[in-house]
Ligand binder design. Structure first.
Ligand code: CA2
Length: 148
């Protein structure tokens, strides 16, 4: 059976490539989605991408992944730092959750230093730009026990 990986992108990530390239790089979300899909295909994984600017939508997407998706890769955007309902939803998901950030929040403003998602993630990849998503796919494949 093919395993599906849900890749969730939170608020404002739809603007990637349009602003702040010094912080977030010049790749668009579509560029990242294409690269993630190609990497996942090498492992025989299928990827489902969703971006939302609304926390409740992201919660609904996590619920819809339960019993349907094998793993979740999530960049929660600023919800990383205060999105407790997203935390609670991810805690109900049985498979591995990998948190990704383009920038390194630990090296930025103090309010970005806390992640409420990190405690329910298998691990966090931060500061490597779009490559971080590829590392996340590799991590998910390893956690699911699939090889390329
Ligand atoms: O580094 C990351 O990936 C972040 O999750 C990005 C969030 C930020 O609040 C987190 O602290 C770290 C912000 C996403 C906003 O994305 C933009 C993209 C282009 C232009 C403006 C914002």
């Amino acid at each position: 059976m093919t395993s599906t990986v849900l890749v969730l992108s939170g608020p404002n990530l739809n603007l990637l490539g349009e602003r702040d390239p010094a912080i977030y790089g010049s790749a668009t979300l579509a560029d990242i989605e294409a690269a993630v899909g190609a990497r996942a295909q090498g492992y025989g994984l299928v990827v489902e991408h969703h971006q939302s600017n609304h926390e409740g939508d992201l919660v609904d997407l996590v619920h819809s992944a339960r019993d349907r998706c094998a793993a979740i890769i999530v960049n929660p955007g600023a919800l990383t730092h205060y999105g407790w309902s997203l935390h609670d939803a991810l805690a109900t998901f049985d498979g591995p959750v990998v948190e990704v950030h383009l920038s390194n929040p630990a090296a930025r403003e103090p309010w970005r230093h806390t992640s409420v998602v990190a405690p329910v993630a298998a691990g966090t990849i931060a500061g490597f730009g779009p490559d971080g998503y590829l590392h996340a796919v590799d991590a998910v494949a390893r956690l699911l026990g699939v090889s390329g």
